[in-house]
Design a protein around this ligand. Structure first.
Ligand code: SF4
Ligand code: SF4
Length: 412
């Protein structure tokens, strides 16, 4: 590697003579002095090679130091020698339907009941799958609404399996899995992701409705006969936070893999917002900080760069959460060649891309100059909701800024 540049996926935070380099692709971070950072930036601007940068240092010690630093920056993909040309998609979530058999209180998809028709018929779904297969995506996740509510779901699944060698995942509420369809499901699906949102009938029914807990337990014992790849998820609210360890223990007993999700404000969830507590109380990041103070991650979003979602109407969006109209990248039915569409130079001009980037902390007006912005937010969707629903940001700042400064910038 000779001439270098910083990767498109890197961001930099400056604070009191230090610079924190964050790589959203590899999730690595490196803290260096601003002087050192400036030397590298200026050298890159001048088009210097690695050897030139090393040889330009004032003495041997500095040369050795910068050589080592450059090697780490290259190894961790902060510095690259190629332009980002084409997005390499790892995961596509295909929301096959917006219909659902449950009415969960926190549903951010605002899934509708099962009386309406699906917009994409099976033939159209399969044409879309062909495009995904042709662009070598690694994982296709079927989601919804509830994908199993479609009468043609098994046909879609089997046909996808025949064409697609990658991983197939299913996001489901687990209620429609039974002895009749279990064989077809486990034969064709690599990973099951079931939402349960509780540890018993009481906690689960508060969110998902009566009887769902026992039905999901039956589904899990059925699935366990065939597979260990079962993820069980719980959305964390201020009310059920105390159940976290019980939820983890339950997963241990069941032999399932736990996933704790942040409460997402949106659609039906906003109607139930007051029930979950005030907006300011909902701060899972702060909770995580209290419990894991030395290990704080930063916003490492894969939206567009590694993952996309296809809505139930065929619109491509950055991810299942960032799916409002303003984030539409294109109608996949109109995209002839997905691989060409994914050229970075093409994507970055789309309004859906530009609007999506507006909700990253470094671009969000209230937070863009804050030295802890990348650690304060975990997902652009949180910022989008804060903006959309007028969150009182000063309360969030009060809660987090000083704690984060201590952790991120090693302040005394
Ligand atoms: S916007 Fe949030 S949910 Fe979507 S890919 Fe990024 S981090 Fe994940
Ligand atoms: S501490 Fe306040 S200003 Fe900083 S990122 Fe968080 S909300 Fe924004």
């Amino acid at each position: 590697m000779e001439k270098l540049k910083f990767s498109e996926r890197c961001i930099f935070e400056r604070y009191e003579g230090k610079v924190l380099l964050l790589n959203r692709e590899t999730s690595h971070k490196i803290l260096i002095s601003e002087n050192c950072f400036n030397i590298i930036v200026n050298s890159i601007d001048m088009g210097y090679s690695i050897n030139q940068i090393i040889n330009n240092m004032a003495d041997e010690d500095d040369s050795k130091f910068i050589e080592k630093l450059l090697s780490v920056l290259i190894h961790r993909k902060f510095l690259v020698n190629e332009e980002l040309t084409c997005i390499k998609l790892q995961t596509i979530t295909f929301l096959l339907t917006n219909r659902c058999n449950l009415k969960c209180k926190h549903c951010c998809a605002s899934a509708v009941d099962n009386h309406s028709e699906d917009i994409l018929d099976k033939a159209t779904v399969m044409k879309i799958i062909n495009k995904l297969v042709a662009c070598n995506v690694e994982t296709i996740i079927f989601s919804g609404g509830e994908p199993l509510i479609r009468n043609d779901f098994m046909d879609i699944l089997e046909e996808t399996r025949r064409k697609f060698k990658g991983k197939i995942g299913l996001m489901t509420n687990g209620v429609l899995i039974n002895k009749q369809n279990i064989t077809q499901l486990v034969t064709n699906i690599d990973e099951f992701n079931i939402s349960i949102d509780g540890c018993d009938e009481d906690s689960c029914s508060t969110i998902r409705g009566k009887g769902v807990f026992n039905k999901v337990m039956e589904t899990i014992s059925l699935l366990k006969k065939y597979t260990d790849k079962i993820y069980l998820s719980m959305v964390m609210t201020p009310q059920n936070r105390k159940l976290k360890s019980q939820f983890l223990e339950m997963n241990k007993q069941l032999g399932t893999l736990p996933i704790l999700r942040d409460f997402v404000v949106g659609e039906r969830a906003i109607e139930n917002y007051d029930h979950w507590g005030s907006k300011e109380e909902i701060d899972i990041a702060a909770y995580q900080m209290e419990n894991n103070i030395d290990d704080i991650s930063f916003l490492s979003c894969g939206g567009i760069f590694h993952e996309l979602a296809i809505r139930h109407d065929g619109m491509m969006v950055p991810c299942p959460l960032m799916s409002d109209d303003e984030f539409i990248l294109a109608d996949i039915q109109n995209v002839k060649n997905l691989q060409s569409f994914l050229q970075y130079d093409n994507l970055k001009l789309l309004s859906g891309f530009i609007n999506f980037m507006r909700y990253f902390p470094e671009n969000f007006d209230y937070c863009k100059t804050c030295p802890v912005n990348q650690h304060c937010w975990y997902c652009p969707h949180d910022i989008y909701n804060a903006y959309k629903y007028g969150r009182n940001m000063s309360i969030k700042c009060e809660l987090k800024k000083n704690i984060l400064k201590k952790i991120v910038w090693k302040e005394e």
